[in-house]
Structure formats: C-alpha cells, structure tokens
Design a protein around this ligand. Structure first.
Ligand code: PBG
Length: 307
C-alpha cells in the first residue's frame, strides 16, 4: 500500500525550504509526498516578545493541531523551535543531519562599534544575554519576524547589526556581505537541526521518515534539549547548549550556559565524556549548573521576566 505523505510546514521561506528538503529525501526513497503550507501564529502575533506570550511552542502549535486533526501526516520543524515536551500523540520521527549551528552578526556599515558602544537587534533571550555579557556597554533592541523581515528591518532601523542563525540564512541562500560568525556565542539547543514529527500510531510514516534520521545529530540534540528541559522546568530563560561528537576518541564534548537576562551573570559548564554516557549527560550537566548557583539564577530570571 502506498499513500501520499502530506508534509505540513509553516509558510516562511525557511520552513518551505526545509519541508522541500524532506520531501526530496522521501521521494528519493520511493515515497510520494505533498507539501501543505500552513500559516503559523508565530508569524502573525508580533506586538510582544515571544517569551512574554508565555507560549513555548508558538512556532509549532498550528502544525501540531493540523496533525492531530489529520490534515497533515508529518511536520517539519526547525528543531530549536520545538518545545522539549511534544504534544500527546505526536512523536519524533527523525532528526536530520545538523547544518551549521553558528550564530552570525549581520552588520550595517562596519564593525568598529564592537570596540565602543553600539545597538544590536535580536528577540532571543539567549543571544541578548550573551551579547551583553561580552559587550556590557551595548544596547540590545527587540527584533522579530521571519528571516527576510528581520533583514529588511535591519536596513532601515539604524541599528549597528542583528543576529541570525547561519543555517537559516544559508538555507534560503542569503549571504549578506557584511557578516561576522560569532564563534564565541553558544548556540540554542538543537540550532541548525531539523526535526520531523509524526502521529504516534502512524507506522507507515514513522518507518518512512525514520530512514532520514542522523544518529549523531539525534544524540547531540537529545543532550542539549535534556539540559534545557532540566534547567527550565517549563519557563523560558537565556540558555545555550552545544554537544559535539568526537570520532577520534568516541566522546562527546558538551558546553552549557545559563545567563541572567541582562547578561551580567553567567554560569558555564564544559565537559568531555565517553559516548556511553550520552543518555543522562544533559540532565547531570543541568543539575551541576543548578547546584553551582543556577537555582538562584533561575529564580531571578523568573522574577525579571514577570515584569
Ligand atoms: N526562531 C527562528 C528560527 N528558528 C530556526 C531558525 C534558523 C535555523 C536553525 O537555527 O535551525 C531561526 C531563525 C534564526 O534564529 O535566525
């Protein structure tokens, strides 16, 4: 029996690229596919920073509903936008091989402002906190919308620059001349990876998409998301994490960071462990951060974000 696999996606250029990428891979395996673009509320509600809306799954909510209603069979997400707890009835079918996980600064004129004072734009708590930690004299302004909207605003607003995920720009073939890879900034958990989700009891689609799973990326993103979930306990906070597999000695290198919203406080952790310990690495790393002042810092973050 063959059926056409209906691939749900948001309708931004980046999301459509990602869905098409998955469709092509499934087609190459002999599956028939169809892309269904659905407008997500994440693109519509723009009058408040996302964290103020108190919704962690703002980018994924609409597709989750469409899937639970049977309007689509699978959904393709930027994995960093997927809440660590999936809705009931929806499971992870595949994690695709990670592209670049780096953040990059697109600047307006030149980078001389880095040495002095400057204004950069981002809506990400993680990017803002890390930026202010490194450049305490700078100001960070809020900037939301999809990648194209954000680039347009950068041209007109008089900011010195704005921060983007390298993977997002690469996928839609945007290569701003004025850019700087922020190699010191720790990425969001699962940045640069894509997740395909399926209905829990849809064996046909699970079997199809699971063939696209990249085990190394699955393990590394599992560690990063477990770190996030253990630290946050359901609230949003400036958290960064990166796990990297080292083939030479079959080990995982992990880096995790928790910062205050103003970037003044930072708790960092870095470790190298044998691959065999991957399953609980995110959990133990988060516990270590919590014990080293992280519990108090999380409390402070909650208070700050309430106002
Ligand atoms: N929240 C928006 C979002 N979600 C995923 C990406 C880019 C692709 C990725 O990081 O996997 C972006 C854009 C950005 O952060 O600049």
């Amino acid at each position: 029996m063959t059926k056409s696999i209906r691939i749900g996606t948001r309708d931004s250029a980046l999301a459509l690229w990602q869905a098409t990428h998955v469709a092509e891979k499934l087609n190459a395996l002999g599956y028939t596919t169809e892309i269904i673009a659905i407008k997500s509320e994440g693109d519509i509600v723009l009058d408040k920073p996302l964290y103020e809306l108190g919704i962690t799954g703002i980018f994924t909510k609409t597709l989750d509903i469409a899937m639970l209603q049977g309007r689509i069979d699978i959904a393709v997400h930027s994995m960093k936008d997927v809440p660590t707890a999936l809705p009931n009835g929806i499971i992870q079918g595949a994690v695709l091989e990670r592209a670049s996980c780096a953040d990059l600064l697109v600047y307006n004129k030149d980078t001389r402002f880095l040495e002095t004072e400057g204004v950069i734009a981002t809506s990400s708590l993680r990017r803002k906190a890390q930026w202010l930690n490194k450049y305490p004299k700078h100001t960070v302004e809020d900037l939301r919308g999809n990648v194209n909207t954000r680039l347009q605003k950068l041209e007109t607003q008089g900011w010195n620059g704005a921060i983007f995920a390298a993977a997002g720009l690469e996928r839609i073939h945007i290569k701003p001349k004025n850019h700087l890879i922020l190699d010191w900034m720790v990425p969001a958990p699962a940045q640069g990876a894509m997740m395909v989700v399926v209905n829990q009891d849809d064996n046909y689609c699970f079997e199809a998409v699971n063939q696209l799973n990249h085990i190394e990326t699955e393990i590394c993103t599992h560690i990063e998301r477990q770190f996030l979930r253990t630290l946050e306990g359901g609230c949003t906070a400036p958290i960064a994490a990166l796990a990297q597999y080292n083939e030479a000695d079959d080990s995982i290198h992990f880096k995790g960071v928790l910062l205050s919203v103003d970037g003044k406080e930072k708790i960092e952790l870095e470790k190298n462990v044998p691959i065999q310990e991957w399953k609980k690495l995110g959990y133990y790393s988060a516990k270590e951060v919590l014990e080293n002042g992280g519990t108090a810092l999380m409390e402070m973050i909650k208070q700050t974000l309430k106002n």
